[in-house]
Design a protein around this ligand. Structure first.
Ligand code: SAM
Length: 267
């Protein structure tokens, strides 16, 4: 049965949001594999039941801050495992990670509060398999101050939309021509970040393609080595140009931007 029909069959509001149109292209090729799937937010169990029928060979783990009555909600199925706890509780999330080790798919349909969404992603990222997918639903809360979002400062507020906009920079972490750039746990592991209406999808995978412009985050070093290979006799001239003048220019811009960040309190 299609995901759309399963969402209708189990009365999941994912159908009302048209989320099947986003999920299906990511999931239909892997639905017959043996996967570990985690969904944050169980409620009546509508989506958990739909997932358990869509991914017939997989284990579906559901977590919810509220106690879920498995009998009443008809969730006593072999491939459904339910736990009570908060998505932002470090101890609880690590207990789940220790039990299942890796998840191939993680779906955040929990509180939808920006702080919870960001914290869960940070806690769970290590447990997401390579080639794994992380779905975040109802990201419209980013734009609503009654749900912890900020509709008045779309660029610099601590919302999940801004967190994942910034995560998109990790896709091109090797291209950033800033030799002072600090390392991030996400460098080399973010293959894509996709934005849809009210939904974000992250694909984790090895991403270590070398830049054609930059070497170890330095344009100067890359240019110096490339030029030197072609004309080794011009070493001094290239050294002066790339290692002194270009580096001074980079350092000046770096300091200017650092000052700008401090003055505008943008970290
Ligand atoms: C939108 S409902 C989930 C709907 C379900 N995924 C479906 O599609 O049928 C959100 C659920 O998240 C749970 N929730 C809220 N805050 C949470 C938190 N901090 N940690 C875990 N679950 C939470 C709520 O108790 C509620 O059951």
């Amino acid at each position: 049965m299609s995901l759309e029909k399963l969402f209708i069959k189990h009365k999941s509001d994912k159908f009302r949001h048209n989320y099947h149109e986003i999920y299906d292209p990511f999931l239909n090729k892997i639905k017959n594999k043996r996967l570990n799937i985690l969904e944050i937010g169980v409620s009546d169990g509508a989506s958990i039941k739909a997932w358990s029928e869509y991914f017939k060979k997989s284990v579906i783990v559901g977590i919810d801050i509220k106690k879920i009555d498995l009998k009443k909600k008809n969730l006593n199925r072999k491939n459904i495992h339910i736990y009570q706890g908060s998505q932002s509780d470090n101890v609880f999330i690590n207990f789940i990670i220790n039990k299942y080790k890796k998840f191939d798919i993680i779906i955040d349909d929990g509180s939808h509060y920006p702080a919870d969404v960001i914290r869960s992603f940070k806690l769970l990222f290590k447990s997401l398999s390579l080639k794994g997918l992380y779905f975040i639903e109802d990201t419209q809360t980013s734009y609503n101050h009654f749900f912890g979002g900020n509709p008045f400062d779309l660029k610099y507020s601590n919302t999940q939309i801004n967190f994942f906009k910034n995560l998109a920079d990790k896709i091109n972490y090797k291209e950033i021509a800033n030799p002072f750039k600090s390392k991030s746990v996400y460098d080399g592991l973010i293959k894509s970040v996709s934005f849809f209406h009210n939904m974000i999808v992250i694909r984790k995978d090895i991403n270590n393609i070398e830049s054609n412009l930059v070497l170890n985050n330095s344009y100067e070093n890359k240019r110096f080595l490339t030029k030197l290979k072609r004309n080794p006799e011009k070493k001094f001239q290239y050294f002066l140009k790339y290692k002194i003048i270009f580096k001074l220019y980079t350092l000046t811009l770096y300091l200017f931007n650092l000052l700008k960040k401090i003055i505008l309190l943008r970290f």
